[in-house]
Design a protein around this ligand. Structure first.
Ligand SMILES: [Zn+2]
Length: 255
């Protein structure tokens, strides 16, 4: 099979998984089961038929509204489905069939869920991050980054952020970073290894500072405005996983 065709099939499968990620994003924070019952309209509770459950296409066909109650359906649904399709297609095409592609796809799916939940609820569920640490470490025995780098990543990733969180609390007497961020960075360490975890932390802090300063400049928030750091960690990790290697080489070349 040609690599392009394989990537297209992977993307179509990714869109279906994106539907499932939407279910996780909606139900995990409110403590509902992710396997039962079938998807329903969040506004009127009517169960969706199969033709209302087709990724992206149903949203477009229905004009972003529920067929019964006419309430708007969040744009998050098609965005998550498209993003997951892109993740699957791009990873399969870029890495080729194998353990690395599967590892990156699982990692990327976890990042999408964590990004969306942290943005809306400011929480990072343990049910994603803790199994994520185990899965990332398990994959490291077969592919990048290798189990040593993965193990150091878990310890350094979790440990460094834990130290920052404790330090922040010591100075400010309030929580700046939660333990959710610590567990999430341990998961990132497990999947990417310690080098790219440092790149992730650098990029997340950089993006966080820029957006924080922009918010202050626009007077939309003051220094205490709590930005969900997990969303920045997701962005940073996605960048580190894709362009982190060349950035690391460039940075080391400066010395
Ligand atoms: Zn409805």
């Amino acid at each position: 099979m040609s690599p392009i065709l394989a990537a297209i099939i992977a993307a179509a499968f990714g869109a279906l998984i994106g539907s499932f990620l939407n279910v996780c994003i909606y139900r995990l924070p409110i403590g509902k089961s992710i396997v039962w019952p079938a998807s329903a309209c969040p506004s009127c509770g009517r169960s969706l038929s199969w033709f209302e459950n087709i990724p992206v296409l149903s949203y477009l066909a229905l004009g972003g509204r529920c067929r019964s109650c006419k309430n708007g359906i969040s744009i998050r649904y098609p965005i998550v489905e498209l993003l997951t399709a892109l993740l699957f297609g791009a990873a399969w095409w870029y890495y080729g069939p194998g353990a690395l592609a599967v590892s990156r796809i699982i990692f990327g799916s976890a990042l999408i869920v964590l990004f969306a939940i942290d943005l809306e609820h400011q929480i990072l569920p343990n049910v994603i991050t803790l199994p994520g640490v185990m899965v990332g470490f398990a994959f490291s025995f077969f592919t990048e980054p290798g189990w040593q780098s993965s193990l150091i990543g878990i310890v350094v990733g979790g440990g460094s952020l834990y130290a920052i969180a404790e330090g922040y609390y010591f100075v400010r007497r309030e929580e700046g970073l939660g333990m959710g961020d610590v567990k999430m960075l341990a998961m990132i360490g497990a999947f990417l290894g310690w080098q790219l975890t440092l790149v992730t932390l650098m990029m997340a802090s950089f993006a966080g500072s820029i957006i924080g300063v922009a918010l202050i400049a626009l007077r939309r928030g003051d220094m205490k405005y709590a930005l969900p750091f997990g969303t920045f960690l997701s962005l940073g990790a996605a960048l580190a996983a894709t362009v982190g290697g060349p950035i690391l080489d460039w940075y080391i070349g400066l010395w």
